[in-house]
Design a protein around this ligand. Structure first.
Ligand SMILES: [Zn+2]
Ligand SMILES: [Zn+2]
Length: 329
């Protein structure tokens, strides 16, 4: 692939590249063109260093934290539980709004995200798994896989249910659009505050670096821990032939996604913390939204799964390859 094509795909992610058939899950090398295409992704990491020049203020850090929580919820509640697993229902406008909020996390479009995640559930820790730390190493599973040409295209066959919504396809295809709007808005907000409330000690560049750049980088790596650490570090309640783990620290950082062994065992439910002591903030927010009528039909965890979970709890690092019980979607 030419460098020119890599640059075009910064803007139009559906241009050129490998088809679903040509994408090879077992490839674990980055090419020079991968690096060219990923300059924005690498650049946002390096951009964190600009904090040296822009300094810090309570309002910038507070808004960065708020941006982290709102966008993490959009990723966990909607990119993951809604678009990947259809764990509840909502209206078309709400679906679009959260696809757009999720897109501010700069983790590509909802269709790309859901398609790759569905692929992961179908092949968890098997040879075809895109990001198995067991098979491909920690750094590949954590971040390098998503920089590879082989996983750049949206696997459209796996998200036919969403591809019928043109507004979602638009966000997925031009996936840089929403992040650019969000980044510009953070700068504009900072400039407005510098003018209207100079005592806050902030400005456009400081707001941009904290609320867009730093918040996004932290959001990246907390989200990515579910593909890397949550398949290595934690306990295994359910006996499965993958390496998914439950980890309370990851569950707090990711608003509930750290109950990953629960989730692999029964991926269809809206909640991933199956018991009251397993804090699942995403589910709590979804529950409140259901009471307000914004979402509905939250899929529960079946009683038989809850009963089974109470009976067995296999601690890491033991593995048990004997059982596999769900339909993996
Ligand atoms: Zn997993
Ligand atoms: Zn999942």
């Amino acid at each position: 692939m030419a460098i020119r094509e890599s640059l075009i795909r910064w803007v139009d992610s559906y241009q050129g590249g490998l088809s679903d058939e040509d994408s090879d899950s077992k490839v674990r090398k980055l090419s020079r063109n991968d690096l060219v295409r990923c300059i924005p992704f690498i650049g946002i990491h390096l951009g964190s260093l600009a904090v040296i020049w822009v300094g810090v203020s309570p309002v910038a850090v507070g808004l960065a934290a708020m941006a982290y929580v709102v966008r993490m919820f959009a990723v966990t509640g909607f990119y993951h539980r809604y678009f990947s697993h259809c764990a509840f229902k909502t209206s078309r406008p709400v679906q679009f709004i959260f696809a757009a909020v999720g897109a501010t996390s700069v983790q590509r479009g909802a269709l790309w995200w859901a398609a790759h995640h569905r692929h992961h559930h179908r092949h968890s820790d098997e040879p075809d798994d895109i990001h198995s730390p067991d098979r491909m190493g920690f750094w590949w599973s954590h971040v390098l896989w998503l920089m590879s040409e082989h996983h750049f295209r949206t696997r459209t066959k796996l998200v036919r249910d969403w591809a019928k919504f043109p507004e979602l396809v638009f966000l997925d295809r031009f996936d840089i659009l929403v992040p650019v709007v969000f980044a510009t808005a953070t700068f504009a907000l900072g400039e407005c505050l510098a003018f209207a409330a100079p005592q806050l000690g902030t400005d456009g560049w400081q707001m941009f670096v904290w609320v867009f750049v730093i918040s996004t980088v932290v959001l990246y790596h907390c989200t990515f821990t579910i593909n890397s650490l949550a398949h290595k570090w934690g306990s295994k309640r359910f006996k499965r032939n993958d390496e998914s783990r439950n980890n309370w620290l990851l569950a707090i950082l990711t608003l509930g996604e750290g109950w990953h062994n629960n989730h692999h065992h029964y991926p269809h439910s809206a909640r991933q913390g199956f018991y009251w002591w397993e804090i699942d903030i995403t589910y709590s927010i979804l529950w409140i939204m259901s009471k307000l009528g914004i979402v509905w039909d939250l899929k529960p965890v079946p009683q038989r799964v809850l009963d089974q979970g109470r009976q067995v709890s296999v601690k890491a690092p033991e593995t048990n390859k004997a059982h596999r019980k769900d339909s993996n979607r």
